[in-house]
Design a protein around this ligand. Structure first.
Ligand SMILES: [Ca+2]
Ligand SMILES: [Ca+2]
Length: 358
């Protein structure tokens, strides 16, 4: 029943997990910011209110932080102005943000992207940015989501073209820059909550948005084509006869992602949007394998939030996520398992995925 950690990994030469992760950080590198401002940035002191944003861009799925070189970092200001740099060989970046721009904005948007990864975007209050200018960014690896052979593949765009950034640099400030009218008092440390004012229609009935929530038919769910795709399974079911298998069925071990997703539109009147699901994990702890859930923006697959975890409790576990932040948006709910190809293997059965909006 419990798998003994036999240490007989075949020394396959296709090792995907052993790039030399020695951080060859030669301190002479001093990342050359692609934007050479005439003012020489003095990174430490900021007499004019400049901020030097810096940090590490890494792959969070690989256990220890795995640096991503060549990632592009962009900060968009509230006016038509942006600043950009890339990460060095060690995955680190440094970007000078002039105070003359920062002081005109309540918040800025931090973007990061790299080839082979989902792009990242976060709105940050300028006050928070000043308080914490070191920002490490995790980028989630793409799984080459492609249409499944069967069906409704309309919302899967061709991959490579959708992550192009919008770099607004040096454009004449288009249309009077909206003066920030938000009455937010930026308490340091507070997470920037978007002040979204839903128009509540009290008579609205609760809705369940997930189609085919119990995986009893083949409709609605999209299974990205990976080296080991997810699949419908009759091995276990929380209700009905079937569930969705994520991860590896017993057999060999393989570095792989297995995932399933469905596109939904959260109504703009939603004040609550509770996603719930049951999952039955077959995994060992002390392994690099991960279960994960993420929310993607449907239009371009930008990852909006993610969570990954391990769970060795071999039972139907219930888990929930609150998705009301996406009211009025089309999103993809995306479930997956990442096997690291080492030690044990992980399979997770997913069933009864429901998204109730109120
Ligand atoms: Ca079922
Ligand atoms: Ca493993």
């Amino acid at each position: 029943m419990t798998r003994t950690p036999t240490y007989t990994l075949t020394p396959s030469p296709t090792v995907m997990l052993t790039p030399t992760r020695t951080r060859t950080w030669t301190p002479t590198v001093t990342l050359t910011p692609t934007k050479t401002k005439t003012t020489t940035p003095t990174p430490s002191e900021t007499p004019l209110g400049d901020v030097t944003l810096s940090g590490l861009v890494y792959d969070p799925t690989t256990g220890p932080a795995w640096p991503i070189p060549g990632a592009v970092i962009t900060v968009e200001m509230c006016m038509a102005q942006g600043f950009q740099t890339t990460t060095g060989p060690d995955g680190c970046y440094s970007l000078l943000l002039p105070g003359e721009y920062l002081n005109r904005c309540m918040e800025v948007t931090l973007h990061a992207w790299a080839t082979g990864y989902y792009s990242f975007a976060e709105v940050i209050l300028v006050a928070d940015l000043r308080a914490q200018p070191e920002r490490d960014i995790g980028l989630w690896p793409m799984e080459l989501p492609m249409p499944t052979d069967t069906s409704t593949s309309t919302e899967l765009p061709s991959n490579d073209s959708v992550f192009l950034p919008i770099v607004l640099r040096g454009y004449p400030s288009a249309s009077p820059s909206p003066t920030p009218t938000r009455t937010v008092t930026p308490t340091p440390g507070a997470t920037p909550t978007a002040t979204f004012t839903p128009t509540v229609t009290p008579t609205q009935q609760p809705l369940q948005l997930i189609v085919n929530p119990s995986f009893e038919t083949d409709e609605a769910w999209v299974i990205p084509r990976t080296v080991y795709p997810a699949g419908y399974s009759v091995s276990r079911a929380h209700t009905g006869a079937r569930s969705m298998r994520l991860g590896l069925a017993p057999g060999g071990n393989l570095y792989s992602y297995s995932s399933v997703q469905q596109t939904v539109e959260i109504p703009n009147w939603a004040t609550r949007a509770e996603l719930s699901f049951y999952y039955f994990p077959l995994m060992a702890l002390d392994d690099g394998d991960r279960i994960y859930f993420c929310v993607l923006r449907a239009s371009d697959n930008t990852i909006l939030q993610w969570s990954f975890w391990t769970d060795a409790h071999q039972a139907w576990n219930l888990r929930t996520f609150e998705l009301r932040d996406y009211a009025g948006q089309r999103i993809k709910v995306h479930f997956g398992v990442r096997n690291d190809g080492l030690d044990g293997i992980t399979a997770v059965y997913l069933d009864d995925v429901e998204l109730w909006v109120y």
